[in-house]
Design a protein around this ligand. Structure first.
Ligand code: NAD
Ligand code: UDP
Length: 365
């Protein structure tokens, strides 16, 4: 890791899905000290007594306290977010606040104190793809390369204001622009990560067991499998995503930390272009894997649902996003190496181990 040799890293949102995996890796594969801030430590309980880790239960709205922890760190990694699409159409003000207003304070602090800020944005900043403006019948004529999204050349295309789906993406996009401007005018040292649908153990929650509401698709489908409910395919499940295993994603963050000079002042797509599937294809693969992992379990059905019925008015979807990862390959020497099936197998095995009993005994609402 670049200077200083044993840095102190402050991770905001350390108790979440990505934070929990990153923390584990930093404690096992580096000698840095980590200060982790979050509202909850349930997913990182196993690290709380580690001598190089300090957990701070803190709401990032407490700017004075956040400033204190940032001042003690060499590097700041920001993961705090509300990032489940079901929230974008139901609590958009909170989504904008936590994805723009709060991290704006953090950007200002890091610029003022000269801290390197590694910020997690989202692949959602690319918004809709060009083809989504075209009539369905002519989409097949779009040059495939238009779907491959590049950090420095692709347009960022948001839907109309009434389509509140885009409030998250717009908040994240504006923050990226602010960071760029702070670097331009005030010498902020920053790196932006744009994750493409990471999956893995500890992602989100199973509704009624350890959370409420609608999680992201992987956990929605796992809930259906574990509770023998129908899997719900939104708008035919025709949209596509490139699912990326969380260990590969953590490799990318480690590569950023280890190549500080190559990473500073840059945006990186972090995703696996080889793992593209439609959501209907994801459901099919997960059903087949579940049959293999739990041969005694009942089969589940697949049910069609409209985006409006599932998420409420204001929902729109991103039809396809494939990352161009040339920059991460060339500058960081990073390469994702986990194919979709092993990624799903590892993830699903974890969910089955952790949740099967709770789901079976009806604690699960
Ligand atoms: P997550 O929801 O699991 O983690 C976010 C963490 O932030 C949670 O532990 C939560 O408790 C914490 N948090 C929320 N509000 C807080 C507050 N007021 N004060 C303190 N902590 C608070 O999400 P994740 O999947 O780990 O994502 C991490 C980052 O990566 C986010 O910025 C997200 O937008 C971005 N991202 C992730 C993905 C993905 O595939 N996981 C995709 C695109 C972008
Ligand atoms: N989706 C679905 N069924 C569900 C949950 C999600 O078909 O139970 C779809 C959703 O409409 C989107 C895709 O799965 O097309 C990915 O959704 P997710 O919430 O994981 O995140 P996104 O990539 O949209 O941010």
């Amino acid at each position: 890791m670049n200077a200083p040799d044993n840095p102190t890293i402050c991770i905001l949102g350390c108790g979440g899905f990505i934070g929990s995996h990153l923390l584990g890796r930093l404690l096992s594969d580096s000698s840095c000290r980590v200060c982790g801030i979050d509202l909850t430590s349930a997913k990182i309980a196993g690290y709380l007594s580690h001598d190089r880790f300090e957990f701070v239960e803190l709401n990032v709205h407490d700017t004075v306290a956040v400033r204190e922890y940032v001042s003690r760190a060499d590097i700041v990694i920001s993961l705090v977010a509300l990032c489940n699409p079901s929230l974008y159409t139901t609590i958009p003000l909170d989504v904008i606040d936590i994805n723009f207003t709060r991290p704006l304070e953090l950007v200002r602090m890091c610029a003022e104190m000269g801290k390197w800020l590694i910020h997690f944005s989202t692949s959602e900043v690319y918004g809709r793809t060009v083809s989504s403006f075209m009539p369905e019948e002519s989409r097949g004529t779009v040059d495939e390369s238009r779907y491959v999204l590049n950090e420095d050349t692709s347009p960022l295309v948001m839907g109309p204001i009434k389509a509140q789906r885009w409030c998250y993406a717009s908040a994240k996009q504006l923050l990226e622009r602010v960071m760029f401007a702070y670097a331009f005018e005030k010498d902020l040292e920053y790196t932006i990560v744009r994750p493409f649908n990471f999956i893995g153990p500890r992602m989100d929650f199973i509704p009624g067991v350890d959370g409420e509401g609608t999680p992201r698709v992987l956990a929605c489908f796992m809930e259906a499998l574990l509770k023998h409910k129908p899997i719900q395919l939104v708008d035919g499940g025709k949209n596509r995503r490139c699912f990326t295993y969380v260990d590969d994603a953590v490799d990318a963050v480690m590569a950023i930390l280890n190549h500080a000079e190559a990473a500073k002042g840059r945006i990186f797509n972090v995703g696996n272009p080889e793992n593209e599937t439609t959501i209907a294809g994801l459901a099919e693969t997960m059903i087949a894997l579940y049959r293999e992992l739990c041969p005694e379990c009942e089969e589940v059905e697949v049910e069609q649902v409209s985006g409006r019925a599932f998420y409420g008015p204001g929902y729109e979807d991103s039809d396809r996003r494939v990352p161009d990862i040339t920059k991460a390959r060339e500058r960081l020497g990073w390469e994702p190496c986990t194919a979709l099936e092993p990624a799903l197998r590892a993830t699903m095995s974890h969910y089955i181990r952790e949740y099967r009993e709770a789901c079976a005994y009806g604690k699960a609402g």
